[in-house]
Design a binder for this molecule. Structure first.
Ligand code: CA
Ligand code: CA
Length: 145
């Protein structure tokens, strides 16, 4: 088994999917999690490549957020689409990243990702509240490479 398969158990993955569903009840924004072993590209570029690959730039309000984790590189990046970046300050993701960092440092990756996802949902709520006609535009399943 690869490091990516070992990173989270099936149960942990399901808990993360549930957190994504819960976060998306707060906001029209779409949240996805992508996990891979390592990247040859710098992570800030790789996250943009994965974002395109998952067609996350296709949301109506351009308000999707990708949580990218490179397991062997011990790196994570939170990347939001341009609709978000237009209306929020540069340090918008800091609280989300902080919510993850602490758990990651203690090796609890599941809880780190869940904290980040839920925090992102709360933060996005202010700018992109959930609408009654909201659609689940992007899959809530974890993507892996
Ligand atoms: Ca939605
Ligand atoms: Ca979704």
């Amino acid at each position: 088994m690869s490091r990516v398969e070992d990173f989270l158990s099936a149960k942990e993955e399901q808990e993360i999917v549930n957190a994504i569903k819960q976060a998306e009840k707060n906001t029209s924004g779409e949240i996805r999690v992508h996990i891979e072993a390592t990247s040859k590209l710098p992570h800030y570029l790789r996250v943009q490549e994965v974002f395109q690959m998952l067609k996350m730039d296709n949301t109506k309000e351009h308000n999707a957020v990708l949580f990218y984790v490179a397991v062997e590189d011990r790196k994570f990046v939170v990347y939001g689409d341009e609709g978000i970046n237009k209306v929020v300050p540069d340090n918008f993701w800091d609280t989300t990243k902080d919510a993850m960092q602490e758990e990651f440092q203690q090796g609890d990756f599941k809880q780190g990702i869940i904290n980040g996802v839920l925090k992102a949902g709360e933060e996005l709520k202010v700018h992109f509240p959930w609408q009654t006609d909201d659609e689940d535009e992007l899959s809530n399943e974890i993507s892996k490479a």
